[in-house]
Design a protein around this ligand. Structure first.
Ligand SMILES: [Mn+2]
Length: 272
């Protein structure tokens, strides 16, 4: 059963970015529960940037799960990248993500590697993918103790020059020793890079661990030009049973964006 999730950002530096709720964990969790979301996806400023005691109480009180936690603040705030040419920066990036895995893992949630993968610059692509491979091998195994995968997100060409399609992601994961890294399929990135979104999802069956449920223009699902019916069928038929998480602009405002998302979720994932 695919479950619904909505994002809460606690990082002021990404204001204007694709997060539905902002700044206030208590208010975000309250509104998520009120609208019937199953879970929240939290984007914290760092491993120490979340009041874990408070979050534990909020999710328990509201009967929510934590779907995932983003690690992008490591890039946004500290310019840390797993593919930096500077070994010290790569080391700090790895430590940051490892601590985020520990935090997310304590909630039974996976951490997401998106912008922290970086983009190669000054080295060749193979060398960058080798740096990334070392990190994913180590971090994927680290996540095992929490019974969660590590999520690796292919991004579109304007955000990374490493891996931009689900198929390239599947081939890359197959080349790893660890089996504990899964792909995050983000429909916004996929709309830019994939030939056919439903076919790409079918082709990646068994490798997709999380879904960013969002439209072609990063607005909430239903406010762009994606055709969700074949996408939802492909996910269901490929046995996907993770979250559909709204990583979308709070457009026209957070409350309306959350309502739009949960309505689209019900329309495509529950009634179809
Ligand atoms: Mn995403």
């Amino acid at each position: 059963m695919i479950r619904s999730s909505v994002t809460i950002s606690l990082v002021p530096e990404v204001r204007g970015g694709p997060f539905i709720f902002w700044d206030d964990l208590a208010e975000g969790c309250r509104k998520a529960a009120e609208l019937g979301f199953d879970a929240v996806e939290v984007f914290p400023p760092g491993p120490q940037g979340v009041d874990a005691v408070l979050l534990r109480k909020l999710v328990a009180d509201h009967k929510l799960s934590v779907a995932a936690m983003g690690t992008g603040a490591g890039w946004v705030k500290h310019r840390l990248s797993l593919t930096s040419t500077d070994a010290a920066v790569r080391g700090k990036a790895r430590d940051f993500i490892q601590a985020m895995i520990d935090l997310a893992g304590s909630f039974g949630a996976p951490a997401i590697i998106g912008s922290m993968q970086g983009r190669y610059d000054g080295i060749d692509r193979e060398a960058a993918l080798e740096y990334l491979r070392e990190a994913l091998e180590h971090l994927g195994e680290h996540a095992k103790q929490y019974n969660v995968p590590l999520l690796y997100e292919p991004l579109n060409r304007y955000e990374t020059n490493l891996i931009t399609t689900l198929d390239a992601g599947v081939q890359y994961l197959k080349s790893l020793s660890t089996q504990n890294v899964k792909l995050l399929a983000d429909l916004f990135h996929m709309n830019i890079e994939e030939t056919n979104l439903a076919a790409a999802l079918r082709g990646a069956a068994g490798f997709v661990g999380h879904l960013h449920f969002v439209d072609s223009n990063r607005r909430p699902a239903g406010l762009g030009h994606l055709d969700y019916t074949p996408i939802a069928h492909a996910l269901k038929e490929s046995g996907y049973n993770g979250f559909a998480s709204a990583e979308a602009f709070p457009w026209p405002d957070p409350d309306a964006a959350a309502l739009q998302t949960i309505r689209a979720f019900w329309m495509y994932f529950r009634s179809a």
